[in-house]
Design a binder for this molecule. Sequence first.
Ligand code: SAM
Length: 247
Amino acid sequence: THFGDRIVALEDKQGLVDKVFHDVADRYDLMNDLMSMGVHRLWKDAMVAELAPPKAGTRPYRVLDMAGGTGDIGERIVNRSLGYAEVVVSDINADMLRVGEERATGWRYPGQVSFVQANAEDLPFEDNSFDAYTIAFGIRNVPRIQKALEEAHRVLRRGGRMLVLEFSQVDLPGFDALYRLYSDRVIPPMGRVVTGDAQPYQYFIESIRKFPEPGRFSAMLTEAGFRRVRHQSFTGNIATLFSGWKI
Ligand code: SAM
């Protein structure tokens, strides 16, 4: 498989990914704002608007935010549900979760979010136990993507919603050249200034270029059992939101 522009053994990829997020955890949120000029917030808002978590109901509404990192999707979901939704923020990386737990003390509904360390490929949750599964900018880091999608399908209940937000390939003439220039010339140096190391951000750029295009990723969702698979693109195709249902 790929780690950035290197070819690595599938079993070696996770360790390399973990080191990247270990190294950047404390500066992760700041880097997101800088690199995307704040736009990642709008994409995440759009994802949570699409989920439209209920604000009341007769039974709990449980969401698993996988590769949830520092918890910003989880915070958004709970806020949008006015404190009704219960979100499990789960990530393989203890450093990212630690930053999230620290942030959560300042949230509006801190009691509605819990943090669980887990691998997306092998979830420690029961079958049919969540109403929704969200993963933002996480799936491309997982070595065995198909396995993670199957696990997502397993833990969702029937009628449950799957939402995946991920970077995609910019293909608008003109904009693509600009985006490539920005990715190659601005992001790695910016990473070096803010986190002391450009290498994680080189990985970040290459991993976007290697991610399957929307048609192929949609087929992987269908293969994992999801139905009514759709996608919509954001900001000239920089990011794509995929939706599917377990029915
Ligand atoms: N969802 C957050 C966001 O949108 O800002 C964080 C995304 S961050 C780019 C990717 C996250 O995926 C990291 O926190 C990393 O630890 C996590 N990750 C990588 N491999 C994973 C795996 N196999 N299982 C769970 N999480 C994983």
